[in-house]
Design a protein around this ligand. Sequence first.
Ligand code: F6P
Length: 407
Amino acid sequence: MSRLYIALVGLPARGKSLLAERLRDGLEADGLKVEVFNNGILRRLYLGGDSALPEFYNPENEEGRMQREQLALLGMRQAGEFLRAGGQVAILDATNGSRRRRQTLERHLSDAPLLFIECVNNDPELLEAGIRRKAELPEFSGLSPEEAVRSFKRRIAYYERIFSPLREEEHLARVETLSNRILEERSCSALPFYIQIRDILTSDRVLNLYLLRHGQSEFNVQNRIGGDSGLTALGRRQAEALGEYFKSFDIPFIFTSSRRRARETASPIIRDHPDSRHIMIPEFDEINAGLCEGMTYEDIRLSLPGEYAARQADKYAYVYPGGEGYVTLKERVARGFRKALFLSGAAPGIMIIGHQAINRVLLSLFFFRRDEAVPYIYVPQDEYFHIVSTHRKTLLELVRFTGRNHS
Ligand code: F6P
């Protein structure tokens, strides 16, 4: 029977544990027996309090180094036992940052192939978010959030002193967390399960995404585009109906654009989900119509007929003067989406309240549409999209949350 060790590599807060879970869930869904062995959990279990202090990670702290080494060996032993008892993939989740540590792994895990996967995340915003998430761990409960962040950053600085990226290892893959892009791969194709692993590394996992468009806004009624108007009375009723509808849903993360109409739509849902986190992602702001912001389509037709005609002729490729087009939106929307996934971790449900053009682009990330069809995807204000997506399948349903007539 084929068996494989996977050792994750990366500085703290790079998304290793999330990747470990994604790999485990994805491979399990393919029928494999998989388990994650996490050094951090072992450390908290056996060493507790003091091992949260930055000094514990100082490479010159010989005692700390020995203790971490012992825990790493324990993790390796458990992983080995798991494979010998019939497990198929053992995932070792730890920084495994120095060549020396990786040599220890190579020596101890020699009864099955060993694949190293490095998580690369150099995006300052995501990194900060990852650090903030770590600072919420119970081991920092005695510190204020700011102190916890400072302490964790000092821990990272110690790790940086000894960290070296993958280079000499026999089987390696380096993956960029934000884009799910494989930066480098070596001798992977012959490894067991690598085809599935590669699919998982390069695809998003969405447990439940509720994708909504904001309720009717003042500008919607006036047929004006863009801007930052608030909701109309109808829009507020739509928002209340949404709040009522989603009351019993488990949605730990609610993402909106930074626009008023999106935030106002979210507010009844946030009110009814006091434990959920509301995070604004400016990458979800509606398409910037540049010179045409605040105009009606009729205004554009009359005062800028050339622009109007150009957009009619090729709505996907058209870029508003001084603004954006669908063709330029994709990158920022995809970036916002990855940010949302990173921030929400393995949350059972996330909600995104966006806009017409934004939601079209978000939908096109899941469902192949020819470019020219994307600007015409149907994005209603009284229905939402429910999306579930793994490396194997994507499901989408359009669900009505209220009757069409709110007046
Ligand atoms: O009309 C509402 C709106 O969200 C505008 O703010 C935006 O410019 C437009 O929809 C995007 O849709 P389309 O690309 O079809 O003009």
